[in-house]
Design a protein around this ligand. Sequence first.
Ligand SMILES: Cc1cc2nc3c(=O)[nH]c(=O)nc-3n(C[C@H](O)[C@H](O)[C@H](O)COP(=O)(O)O)c2cc1C
Length: 238
Amino acid sequence: MNKSLLFIAAASMCIVFPACHSGAQKNDAAPSENTAPAAEAPAAAAPSESAPEAEAPKAEEAPAAEAAQNAPNDEKAAVPSAETEVLVAYFSYSGNTRYVAEYIQKKTNADIFEIKAKVPYPAEYDACVAQAKQELEGNAFPEIESTTDVGKYKTIYIGFPNWWGSLPRPVMTFLKPLDLSDKSIRPFLTHGSGGVQQTEADLKAAVKAAEFKPILSIRDKDVKSEETQKAIDAWIAD
Ligand SMILES: Cc1cc2nc3c(=O)[nH]c(=O)nc-3n(C[C@H](O)[C@H](O)[C@H](O)COP(=O)(O)O)c2cc1C
C-alpha cells in the first residue's frame, strides 16, 4: 500500500471512531464540586488571644475601614413598624455584627437600630484598638449619635463585637438610660479567637432586665456560613 492510500485509510478510521479527534476526547473526570463561587469572606477584625489587659487584638486580619460601612445583606433592613414588639439593636465597627443583626431582623420581622458613636472610631485599626482600650479602662460613656425609644418592645436583641474582652463602650452608653425591667434581652456577639470572655457578665452587670436569654456567640470569620445561620435560627427559636 502506498503512502497516500495509507493516509486515506487512517482518515476514514477517524470518522468512524471520533475519539481520534483531539477535541472529542472523553473526559472521565467527575465535574468539579468547586464550581460554585466561594462565599464572600466576612469583614473580620482581628481577635484577641488573651485577656484584654494582656494583649491587644491583632491587626493582621483587620478589615479595610470602608468595610465597616458596607451593609452585608443585599436587602435593606425593614422600615420600623408600629406592630412589632421586637427590636434588634447593635453596634458594629467592621460589619460582622451588622451582618448578623440584619439576619436576625429579617428572621424576626423586628425593628432594627444601629448604635453609632457620635464621633466615629478611627478607620485605622490600631488607632481604633487603642481608643477602645482607653475607653474600657476609663469606664467611658462615649456619646452616641442617637437613641431609640424602647418602650413598646418586649424582646430586645442586642448585638456587639467583643472589644478587649468586653462590650464596646457606646453600647453601654445606649443601655445606661434605658428601663429594661420588663424586657427579655437576647444578646449576641461576634468575636475573634477570644470568644465570649467578659462580655456576657459585663452586660448582665450593667443592665437590669426581666430576663436574659443565653448569649449567642459567633466567630468573626464564620458570620456568613450556613452553619452559623442554622445556629442563629435555632437560637431564635429557643
Ligand atoms: C477594638 C477591637 C478590640 C477587639 N478585641 C477583641 C477581643 O478582646 N477578643 C476577641 O475575640 N476579638 C476582639 N476583636 C475582634 C472583634 O470582636 C471581631 O472581629 C468582631 O467580629 C468584629 O465585629 P464588627 O465587624 O461588628 O465590628 C476586637 C476588635 C476590635 C476592633
